[in-house]
Ligand binder design. Structure first.
Ligand SMILES: NC(=O)c1ccc[n+]([C@@H]2O[C@H](COP(=O)([O-])OP(=O)(O)OC[C@H]3O[C@@H](n4cnc5c(N)ncnc54)[C@H](OP(=O)(O)O)[C@@H]3O)[C@@H](O)[C@H]2O)c1
Length: 329
């Protein structure tokens, strides 16, 4: 199968069993980050990578696995990661790779990604672009040189950018061409029924520049499952824990999410599987990164691969997007 990615965000023995189960069921691509698990805390920094590292060691060998991780950028919400000022420069990227390799107990990372841009731009729920009065110092050419050197050294096999804008993606592509690079670039951005902003600019870049694209947050943190509307969400479910502040409380977002859940029900399919199947049917999507907290969610989500969306369902979905465009930026 291999059409999805499992993210590792649990930190206990159940997570190791979940990883075994995912692998046994055809998942071969695992995505993590130095700052995971979520919710992001100083006390758990690096734990997801450590867990994967222990799992890899126990299993022995990792040739059948594609492993992706990410280096954080600068952000006030992670003051413990290189003082919250982690520009994507030589010192920071080399230190991030070395530390991830240690935690992952491996000698190479298949896809090393920049978790977010190190310049002032719109990502992580920021809708519009504001011309910065005073920009952060950033240097994409320097970043690229280090990433290419890391590939040449064998410590990483390829690299990617996350939560990027069309300008950022094209600047990486242009500078890779300038260097006659044969490296492949991956992009990992949010893409789901409530956030199709990718289609405004990045989709064309991904298609025309032949980019590997990973869609993250396929269920918009779980709201597209419908469980928050029918009362079946547990107190421990992510949105009941309020990890995202007010982002998922917007009336437009709730209205749109409920409408997608209703479309699924009207067509006799499961809302979660409709949301994932819709992503799998998008030609720009290379892989859908699913996040699960237990085995039954994993099995349920994997079964989305067997769901085919009819033209009528797609039409209904597109009608809601026209009515309430991208309520979850
Ligand atoms: N690059 C980035 O900046 C970035 C950002 C976000 C995510 N990602 C990547 O993408 C992965 C997935 O993102 P995500 O976890 O936000 O994905 P998501 O699909 O939007 O949300 C996943 C959450 O929904 C709930 N869920 C999943 N399947 C379910 C089911 N069948 N029934 C009921 N609830 C279900 C689970 O939470 P509860 O059980 O708690 O409800 C699960 O943790 C991350 O782990 C990460 O690897 C990357």
């Amino acid at each position: 199968m291999g059409c999805m990615t499992l993210s590792a965000r649990k930190t206990d023995i159940d997570a190791v069993k979940l990883l075994d189960h995912a692998l046994a069921n055809g998942i071969c691509f695992f995505d993590t980050a130095e700052m995971y698990p979520t919710p992001i805390r100083e006390s758990t920094y690096g734990s997801s990578e450590e867990l994967i590292g222990k799992w890899l060691r126990k299993k022995g060998g990792r040739s059948e696995i594609t492993l992706a991780t990410k280096a954080s950028g600068p952000a006030a919400f992670v003051p413990w990661i290189r003082s919250g000022k982690s520009r994507h420069n030589r010192a920071n990227l080399i230190s991030a790779v070395e530390s991830s390799l240690k935690r992952l107990q491996t000698d190479y990372i298949d896809i090393f990604q920049l978790h977010w841009p190190d310049r002032a731009t719109n990502f992580f729920n920021v809708r519009g672009f504001k011309v910065p009065k005073k920009d952060l110092t950033f240097d994409i050419e320097d970043t690229l040189d280090v990433l290419m050197e890391l590939v040449a050294s064998g410590k990483i096999r390829s690299f990617g950018i996350c939560n990027e804008t069309a300008w950022g993606a094209m600047t990486f592509i242009k500078n890779m061409e300038k260097r006659n690079s044969n490296d492949t670039l991956a992009i990992q951005n949010p893409y789901n029924l409530l956030n199709r902003s990718l289609e405004v600019g990045l989709s064309e870049i991904i298609a025309r520049e032949d980019i590997t694209f990973f869609a993250h947050s396929p269920l918009a943190s779980g709201i597209l499952t419908g469980k928050y509307f029918n009362g079946s969400a547990l107190a421990s479910s992510r949105l009941n824990q309020n990890h995202h502040g007010d982002v998922f409380k917007s009336p437009a977002l709730l209205k749109a999410a409920e409408k997608y859940v209703t479309i699924a029900k009207n067509h006799g399919i499961d809302p979660t599987q409709m949301a994932i199947a819709w992503l799998l049917s998008q030609p720009v999507v290379t892989s859908v990164i699913i996040g699960v907290t237990n085995r039954s969610q994993l099995t349920h989500n994997l079964n989305s691969c067997d769901v085919t969306l009819t033209r009528e369902i797609i039409k209904d979905i597109d009608r809601i997007q026209q009515e309430i465009p991208n309520p979850c930026p």
